[in-house]
Design a protein around this ligand. Structure first.
Ligand code: G6P
Length: 616
């Protein structure tokens, strides 16, 4: 939610505007309501900002055009919370003198009282945002005689809420201050040449592979090619560990694909193969914790929540204990009286920064004896700081707002834990377990084959469904997770109304909407629910529904009842229904992708959504 980027360099003959523009463009997935850049030159700040998407803004006001010789810049892309998505509410925000500029991700909860206090002192505000109080507070402290660093610290101490901020000052051409509390912030270092700050690593990945991950209550002073860290509470120096980023540079680029979403769907086989190589000890730790737990909860948001529905199904099969899946925003409400000692909470989050997931586990950790196990795609993300054990999936950076490859790797990770539990409990023979592993190992090649041979069948369906606005996605058993996630993709990316539901339960309500030609997508792997699902398909067919089904290659019965099918490769004994949430989902992701394109929508920038939700 909102992206911030900053750069300070000592390099000559560079366009600071271009670096800032490209940096913030790589963060556009965090919000695209407005965008702005500030640079400093000859003791003056130069600001350009506008509402709308970055490319449109660029055409209008050329965001890269700033005075030559400027060595620092801050940039922001906004997902509006406080104040409409207008030019005035766009970041950067400045103080009255126009000498202090800031970009901010987060929410200052006590901004109303601070704004009143500052207005009473004569400060003039130009926006409706919470952010704007920060430069005015700093201005006040500088007027009182404090230096910039002390003024920033004093200002931040007056703010309640969450922030990742970057600040520059017209009179300080050689430094940027950044600080973090509750919102993500990383620092990139190109030793002795340039320093970057950003909400997420992909923003500076093409510029450097070395970074520091900031923690809450830390302030950093950025100078060209160096950085020093301080504790905001007592102003002491902090030593931090420099990390080398393993991701490849092209991870943050589209690499010839029209959209990140398409690129990331095609990266699924690679992401799965890498995730198969997660360190064994980490999987064993999770398996042991689940085995010895009295109660198990799994919590997440959005796509991660649907991955948790699939994963809990697989784990439960081998664990023999029920796992409660609870949406993170309701976790505290639902479990207020139930969380016990020896409970285990699994938190699933691609970004590791979803505020409701973080809140859920922070709250859970306060209960004595509760263990938190988290699965995330981002090393060092906030969620990892509140976890007893962490597994990092190896999907690589995911830029498309709609999660795709990370969903597959989350389900795979949970499946690996499930198989470890099966070994631990010795409930399956060695031969059986080997077969499960072979099937899991084959998921990447099944997806590869699908992407090589079946994409046309998806495109053909788009043509038949072009005029449709409402859809059901129905399934039974483990495939309900696939139905919900596949439906969510169509809803997010293609702006269609969908209901992802249990096929059996759909007769208790949703079926009343079915008329001639109403499209119903059935997820129909040949598992133990298949025969019953046939009955459900017939119920909907009898009422005129247009039946589109996802089946395996050899399917006959549901194919016969369907108007259209998408067939998932099923290579001999290397296919297993238990892992169909992984092998079936690319078809539905592509269905959403091509539907969006056919309606002229940008699949990488779905309306009103942000990839990382850092506000409640
Ligand atoms: C937002 C994104 C979704 C994502 C969800 C959870 O809603 O738009 O794509 O699934 O957050 O994010 P997380 O990073 O916690 O998996």
């Amino acid at each position: 939610m909102c992206g911030i980027f900053g750069v300070i360099t000592n390099q000559k003959d560079i366009s600071i505007g271009k670096i800032a523009f490209e940096g913030i463009k790589r963060l556009e997935y965090r919000g695209y309501d407005s965008c702005g850049i500030v640079t400093q030159f000859n003791s003056k700040l130069y600001v350009k900002k506008e509402s709308g998407r970055i490319d449109e803004i660029q055409k209008k006001i050329n965001l890269t055009d700033f005075p030559n010789g400027s060595k620092l810049a801050l940039a922001h892309t906004r997902w509006a919370t406080h104040g409409a998505p207008t030019k005035n509410n766009s970041h950067p925000h400045l103080d009255c003198s126009g000498e202090i500029a800031i970009v901010h991700n987060g929410i200052i909860d006590n901004f109303i009282e601070l704004r009143k206090e500052l207005t009473d002192k004569g400060h003039i505000f130009k926006s409706d945002t919470d952010t704007e109080i920060i430069p005015h507070l700093i201005e006040d402290f500088i007027k009182d005689g404090l230096n910039l660093k002390d003024a920033v610290i004093r200002a931040l101490k007056r703010c309640r809420g969450a922030y990742a901020i970057a600040i520059c000052y017209a009179k300080s051409p050689d430094l940027i201050f950044v600080a973090r509390k509750g919102s993500p912030l990383v620092i990139g270092i190109d030793q002795d040449r340039a320093t970057y700050c950003a909400s997420d690593i992909p923003a500076f990945l093409p510029l450097t592979r070395y970074c520091y991950i900031m923690d809450d209550d830390e302030l950093a002073k950025l100078e060209a090619g160096k950085v020093s860290f301080f504790n905001i509470n007592d102003d002491t120096r902090i030593e931090k560990e420099l990390q080398e980023i393993e991701w490849s540079i092209d991870a943050a680029e589209k690499g010839g694909y029209e959209h990140f979403m398409l690129k990331e769907i095609y990266e699924e086989p690679m992401a799965l193969r890498r995730t198969m190589k997660i360190h064994k000890d980490q999987i064993i730790n999770f398996a042991n914790e689940l085995w010895s737990a009295s109660n198990i909860y799994i919590t997440a948001a959005g796509t991660s929540f649907y991955a948790s529905l699939a994963g809990k199904y697989i784990i439960t099969k081998f664990l023999g204990k029920y796992i409660h899946a609870v949406e993170c925003s309701e976790f505290k409400n639902e479990l207020a009286e139930c969380l016990r000692e020896n409970s285990v909470v699994i938190a699933l989050s691609q970004s590791g920064e979803t505020i409701d997931t973080i809140d859920a586990i922070r709250w859970a950790k306060r209960k004595k004896g509760v263990k938190v196990l988290s699965i995330t795609n981002v090393v060092g993300s906030t969620i990892t700081r509140y976890s007893d054990h962490v597994i990092v999936t190896r999907a690589g950076p995911e830029i498309g707002v709609a999660a795709t490859k990370t969903y597959c790797t989350q389900v795979l990770t949970l499946a690996l834990i499930a198989l470890e539990i099966a070994k631990l409990r010795k409930i399956e023979s060695f031969e059986e377990i080997k077969k499960y592993y072979e099937a899991l190992n084959s998921t990447p090649s099944i997806i590869e084959e699908f992407l090589e041979t079946k994409v046309d069948s998806v495109k053909k369906i788009i043509r038949c469904l072009d005029k449709e606005h409402n859809f059901f996605f129905l399934a039974r058993g483990i495939s309900i997770a696939t139905a919900k996630e596949g439906g969510l993709k169509l809803k997010e990316i293609a702006c269609r109304f969908i209901e992802g539901y249990s096929a059996a339960h759909a007769k208790h309500g949703p079926i009343s909407l079915v008329r001639d030609g109403f499209p119903i997508i059935f997820i129909a792997p040949p598992d133990e629910t298949y025969e019953r699902l046939i009955g459900n398909v017939m119920e909907f067919k009898a009422r005129g529904g247009k039946i589109i089904s996802l089946v395996v290659e050899s399917d006959e019965k549901i194919t016969e009842l369907s108007d259209i099918t998408i067939r998932i490769p099923q290579p001999g004994d290397r296919y297993h229904n238990l892992f169909s949430p992984i092998t079936f989902i690319p078809a539905l992701q592509l269905l959403a992708y091509y539907t969006a394109l056919s309606h002229g929508l940008d699949p990488d920038k779905p309306l009103n959504l942000s990839k990382t939700v850092t506000v409640h």
